[in-house]
Write a protein that binds this ligand. Structure first.
Ligand SMILES: Nc1ncnc2c1ncn2[C@@H]1O[C@H](COP(=O)(O)OP(=O)(O)OP(=O)(O)O)[C@@H](O)[C@H]1O
Length: 251
C-alpha cells in the first residue's frame, strides 16, 4: 500500500504547551483514517497539521515532518495555497458562505483561475453529484445556501471542498452537528469518496470510526497511543489504555 501522507517524529507546541508528542503515522491512499480519543488529546491539532492550518495560530511551533506523496509540506518547496488545494478540509459545523449554492461551489475554482462559465457549470454539477446532493439542489442553485438544512449544508461544504479537485479530504467531526439520517448520508458519502480520495476524519463517535474507517489512531494527552487496522484496534487493542477507552472504562 502506498503512503499518501507520512508523519514522522511530529512534535507540536502551542507556545510552552507541548500538544503533540513525537507522532509517527502512515496514512494510506484511498483509505479512511480515523482519529479518536478524549477531548483535548490533540486530534484536531494533528488534523490541522496536515494542511498547515496551524500556521495561522500564533505561538504554534512544529518539529518533525509531514510528507505528502514524499514531499515535506513544511520543507519550503510546497506553496501553502497549492497544499490547501491538494488537501481540503470540512469542519465540524457546516460553514457555507452567505451566497448562492452555485457560488459556494464555484468560489474555489474561480479563485484558482477558472473563468469559463461552461467549465464552472460542469464543476458545480460534478462536485454536487460527488457529494450526493445534486438531486436535492439542482433546482435551487441560485438560492442562498443559508436556507438549506444542516445536513444539506454539510454536503454542500463537501462539494465545495471537492470543487478544487483535492487529493486528500480532512474532516473534523463532520457529523457532530447533524441528525442520525444526515450522519448516515455523510458516512455513506465518505465510503464512496474514498475510491477517489484519501480521507482523514476526527470523530468522537467510535461507532462511526468502526463503520467507515480502515485505520484508526487512538490519542491520549498528545500521544498517539495506538494506530492500526480499525477492526483489529476495536476487537483486540494492543494497549491497555486503548482497551479502557473503547470499552468506556476510561477515567
Ligand atoms: N490555538 C490553540 N492555542 C493553545 N492551545 C491550543 C490551541 N488549540 C488547541 N490547544 C490545546 O491543545 C490541546 C489539543 O487540542 P485539540 O483541539 O487538538 O484536541 P482534540 O482532541 O481535537 O479535542 P476535541 O475532541 O475537544 O475537539 C488541548 O489541550 C487544547 O487546549
Amino acid at each position: 500500500m502506498e503512503d499518501k501522507i507520512t508523519i514522522e517524529n511530529l512534535n507540536l507546541y502551542y507556545s510552552d504547551f507541548h500538544a503533540l508528542h513525537d507522532v509517527n503515522m502512515h496514512i494510506q491512499k484511498n483509505e479512511i483514517t480515523a482519529f479518536i480519543g478524549p477531548s483535548g488529546c490533540g486530534k484536531s491539532t494533528l488534523l490541522r497539521c496536515l494542511n498547515r492550518m496551524n500556521d495561522l495560530v500564533e505561538g504554534c511551533r512544529i518539529e518533525g515532518s509531514v510528507k505528502l506523496d514524499g514531499t515535506d509540506i513544511y520543507g519550503g518547496d510546497l506553496d501553502v495555497t497549492v497544499l490547501r488545494q491538494r488537501v481540503g478540509m470540512v469542519f465540524q459545523r457546516p460553514n457555507p458562505f452567505p451566497m448562492s449554492v452555485y457560488d459556494n461551489v464555484a468560489y474555489g475554482p474561480k479563485i484558482h483561475g477558472v473563468t469559463d462559465k461552461q467549465e464552472l457549470d460542469e464543476i458545480v454539477e460534478t462536485s454536487l453529484k460527488q457529494a450526493a446532493i445534486w438531486d436535492d439542489l439542482k433546482d435551487r442553485l441560485n438560492k442562498s445556501a443559508l436556507g438549506l438544512s444542516g445536513g444539506q449544508q454539510q454536503r454542500l461544504c463537501i462539494a465545495r471542498a471537492l470543487a478544487v479537485k483535492p487529493e486528500v479530504l480532512l474532516m473534523d467531526e463532520p457529523t457532530s452537528a447533524l441528525d442520525p439520517i444526515s450522519t448516515s448520508k455523510i458516512e455513506e458519502l465518505a465510503l464512496q469518496l474514498k475510491k477517489d480520495y484519501t480521507i482523514v476524519i476526527v470523530t468522537h463517535n467510535m461507532q462511526q470510526a468502526v463503520r467507515i474507517s480502515d485505520k484508526t489512531g487512538f490519542f491520549l494527552l498528545g500521544d498517539l497511543v495506538e494506530f492500526g487496522e480499525t477492526d483489529q484496534l476495536f476487537s483486540m487493542p494492543k494497549d491497555e489504555r486503548t482497551e479502557r477507552y473503547i470499552t468506556g472504562r476510561f477515567g
